[in-house]
Design a protein around this ligand. Sequence first.
Ligand SMILES: [Cu+2]
Length: 148
Amino acid sequence: MNRRMWAVLAAAAAVTASCAKVEAPAASDAWIRLAAVPGRPAAGYFTLHGGRADTKLTGVTVAGVPRVELHLSRMTAGDMMTMDATPAVDLPAGATLPFEPGGRHAMLFDVPATLTPGKTATMTFRFADGETAVAEAKVVSAGASGPE
Ligand SMILES: [Cu+2]
């Protein structure tokens, strides 16, 4: 086999590798906002990217945090913000699904005191099809409006 043939094969292998990545669901832009009052739950925000098939987000874990729930925020008839725990969130193929303040989020309970603004925590996302995705979440204080 000549050198040119090897180059073609190497390029084909690289394309295959990047396609394989796109097939699986992924997560990005993760951040965690601590509660204003110590001991109250923190909120986790991130963006999910659907893979090649429809799936569901079935759970989120955060390193060092004993309990994390998926929540949906909504306005009640009386204009109060409330939130409900949900066991799973649909992630359609190819979709971009933001979890952001005022909407879907992860609720982190019993956050350890070592998780302080400026630190990062590894978030792991589990999907119904058995796939997992990982993102490093930036921790910010209660007053911060975003991860920057
Ligand atoms: Cu919540």
